[in-house]
Write a protein that binds this ligand. Structure first.
Ligand SMILES: Nc1nc2c(ncn2[C@@H]2O[C@H](COP(=O)(O)OP(=O)(O)OP(=O)(O)O)[C@@H](O)[C@H]2O)c(=O)[nH]1
Length: 347
């Protein structure tokens, strides 16, 4: 077939705020790919490459290591030209290109600049955005984590009429929702029916178009719901407004900060999680995740938290060159007290 008659490769963009459940959803998609050759591009805020590790260790048949590509030089929305485009080209130029590409953005990435890249010469002719999926942390919406303080917005607006939000989380969250073709309200197991109805209503009010909402636990959705939407989102950019349209997509991530903390072997998973939970409660921390050695165990402990909700499991034996070097990445609002956080995590 000539290049002009070759069908475009569909690409699905998975967006959603820090810890909403994007990697969990991607894992589920891989596990239920039904033999389809899916390549994953995964991007995260923070340098430990945890999402890639999580996906690599999934042990799913047919999911080859080279099919999971990590882009770790910052959020995709800011590294489109340098990182994303060359990676896409390399995937498309493979002798056997993927049948579908799934792109998991970092939780702080704005989808619009990424969407625009699909109109670039050389990309637009070969790939189409099958759909933008926004994964939403249902309990976080219920807790008002993306809400503004109306009084603070009014005060700021008096000085600058273009101000929309006082909460930087709200801006990122809204941009992600506005780009979506499908919204996945995740973590439904943590909500009652009444709460879920409230969360759905709140999200529906924030989504400008007739975008579908589905609810999920651990991203367990039929791949037929998520893949194969056929949205061609790159042809529909005007319907997907961003808070940064006026600056032509230019933006900073300076409302957020991340750093890595080394963690010496711990006596038990519970002791570590207890410390992490306390530190997350005491500081403006959004996300903590990493791998840590536990005394007397050959397996490494994978630990992660969203706000103060933590989970952990032993994921695999430490590799030969890894030297039991434990570390967690901490992501939060700019201005976090790094020294205090590092001291508290060290215990
Ligand atoms: N209770 C509950 N926990 C969930 C669900 N989905 C995901 N989680 C947990 O939420 C945490 C974050 O999930 P991830 O899939 O890593 O979230 P993410 O959006 O990829 O996170 P970042 O890449 O850091 O932005 C993990 O501890 C998951 O096990 C769910 O439906 N219910």
């Amino acid at each position: 077939m000539s290049a002009t008659t070759t069908a475009k490769v569909p690409a699905t963009i998975i967006t959603g705020f820090l810890g909403a459940g994007k990697t969990t959803l991607v894992r589920h998609l891989l596990a239920h790919a039904g033999g389809r050759r899916i390549a994953i591009i995964v991007n995260e805020f923070g340098t430990l490459g945890i999402d890639r590790e999580t996906l690599r260790s999934c042990g799913i048949e047919g999911c080859a290591e080279e099919d999971i590509v990590e882009l770790a030089n910052g959020c995709l929305c800011c590294t489109v030209a340098d990182d994303f485009i060359p990676t896409m080209m390399a995937l498309l130029d493979r002798a056997v290109p993927p049948e579908h590409i799934v792109i998991e953005t970092s939780g702080l990435a704005l989808p619009k600049p990424l969407l625009k890249a699909f109109t670039w010469p050389g990309i637009g002719t070969r790939v189409t955005v099958d759909g933008v999926i926004a994964v939403v942390d249902g309990p976080a919406v219920l807790a008002g984590r993306f809400a503004d303080d109306p009084a603070a917005v009014a005060a700021q607006r008096a000085a600058d009429p273009s101000v929309d939000h006082d909460n930087p989380l709200a801006e990122v969250y809204e941009d992600q929702l506005r780009a979506a073709d499908l919204v996945v309200v995740n973590k439904q197991d943590l909500l009652t029916e009444v709460e879920l109805t409230r969360v759905r209503a709140e999200i529906e009010a924030a989504v400008p178009r007739g975008v579908k909402l589905v609810t999920a636990r651990e991203g367990r959705l039929d791949p037929l719901v998520v893949l194969g939407i056929g949205a061609a989102a790159e042809d529909d950019l005007a319907a997907r407004p961003s808070h940064h349209d006026a600056e032509d997509g230019a933006h900073e991530h300076d409302d957020f900060d991340s750093f890595t903390v080394s963690v010496a072997p711990v006596t038990s998973a519970d002791a570590l999680v207890g410390r992490l939970r306390a530190v997350a409660a005491a500081h403006d921390i959004l996300r903590i995740k990493g791998f840590v050695p536990v005394m007397g165990r050959s397996m490494r402990l994978a630990v992660q938290g969203v706000g103060t909700r933590f989970g952990h499991h032993f994921d695999r034996v430490w590799g030969p060159g890894e030297g039991h070097d434990g570390a967690v990445v901490v992501i939060g609002r700019t201005g976090m007290d790094r020294a205090a956080i590092i001291a508290a995590i060290a215990g």
